[in-house]
Design a protein around this ligand. Structure first.
Ligand SMILES: *Cc1c(COP(=O)(O)O)cnc(C)c1O
Length: 365
């Protein structure tokens, strides 16, 4: 019998920096200061530096980063936001929570928005493009940035999966008005609970975001706008600081695992992920495609190997977004991807032995 190989192992990522993480957590527990204190400020400073942004504002989650970004930009009811069809549903919720309408565009072969299909979707109501750097690969930013300039659109980036990925040497999250990050435990930079942040070069946006995350107040008990409770807490910030300091290593390890898959997988039934010229990939997921997905999942399962589908139901076909009125067949490429993608086991601390077993099984399939 084999030990099971799971699609993700968060314990491995913890063990690697266990001592440092535990020391940081203890420091906060003993400090008596738990919300919006020195650890959050220090993390915000470090993450702004990491992305090369003027400002970072820590928040409670990636979804909050998205919805508050559109809130700060004044995008809401009656406005349209362009976003790719094949994304995690949170990207779309960040738009619709504000009352704005998502306009869905098909993806390219790299699973990011097809920049050539955006212009035809722009109307007088279009206010912004939300770019999702899905699976960790930076999108085709030159074209998108030009479209935003041409039509005076705001540009928001969903970087929940792309910490440190770059296009043309520029880090994702810094191309537009606001970059939105999640530090959910399974993300490349993961906390030990929910956490998120935005980055921006615009001082006004950063200031507004700090207000919105704290009930719409700058001065305690004097509320200027109807805000949220979306504060990053000290404990998460302290532990994130540890991981952020090791981010180069964390990303390098994921790249090494991805490179080994790409080098050693040889099976005509599998379509391996490709990387666009001029961009980098930080491999939040290693996503293959196959027309025999059901059989492959069962085959791997019998051999103790777990996989995940990111994502089986595209937002436009989800029950939640039935009201948008999309039908099956409206987004053919998005739907084809939803029916054929499969994420292979990929995590920091994955051993070479574990990966070789996955590769052998996939080649035998
Ligand atoms: C995880 C994720 C989010 C949401 O982040 P949370 O911190 O879970 O709210 C948004 N968009 C994408 C693409 C994600 O992967």
């Amino acid at each position: 019998m084999f030990d099971e190989i799971m699609p993700n192992r968060l314990d491995r990522g913890f063990e690697k920096y266990q001592e440092e993480i535990e020391a940081a957590a203890l420091r906060v527990l003993r400090s008596g200061w738990y919300v919006l204190g020195p650890e959050v400020s220090a993390f915000e400073e470090a993450f702004a530096r990491y992305t090369g942004s003027g400002y970072c504002v820590g928040l409670a989650s990636g979804l909050d980063a998205l919805w508050l970004a559109f809130r700060v930009l004044g995008i809401g009811s009656g406005d349209e936001v362009i976003v790719q069809g094949n994304t995690y549903i949170a990207s779309v919720m960040g738009i619709t929570i504000n009352g704005a309408t998502p306009v869905l565009v098909e993806p390219d072969e790299f699973y990011n928005i097809d920049a050539d299909k955006i212009e035809e979707k722009i109307t007088e109501k279009t206010k912004a493009i939300l770019v999702v750097h899905l699976y960790g690969q930076a999108s085709n930013m030159d074209k998108i940035v030009n479209l935003c300039r041409k039509y005076d659109l705001r540009l928001v980036e969903d970087c929940a999966q792309s910490h440190g990925a770059a296009a043309g040497g520029k880090v994702t999250g810094t191309f537009g008005d606001i970059g939105c990050f999640s530090f959910y435990p399974s993300k490349n930079l993961g906390a030990f609970g929910d956490a998120g942040a935005i980055v921006t070069d615009n001082e006004e946006y950063a200031r507004a975001m700090r207000m919105y995350r704290n009930y719409g107040s700058e001065k305690r008990y004097y509320n200027k706008v109807v805000g949220a409770n979306s504060r990053l807490d000290e404990l998460q910030a302290a532990m994130l600081r540890v991981r952020l300091a090791h981010m180069e290593e964390i990303t390098a390890e994921r790249r090494e695992i991805a490179a080994r898959y790409t080098e050693l997988l040889h099976n005509g039934k599998l379509i391996l992920p490709a990387v666009r010229e001029g961009v980098t990939h930080v491999w939040h997921q290693y996503v293959i495609r196959t027309d025999c997905r059901r059989e492959l999942i069962a085959y791997l399962e019998e051999r103790g190997i777990g996989t995940i589908i990111h994502y089986p139901v595209p937002p436009h076909l989800s029950e939640a977004y039935g009201y948008l009125g999309y039908r099956k067949g409206d987004l053919e490429i998005t739907e084809k991807y939803a029916d054929t993608v499969l994420s292979l086991p990929m995590y920091n601390g994955m051993t070479r032995e574990e990966q070789m077993r996955v590769i052998r099984c996939l080649n035998e399939f």
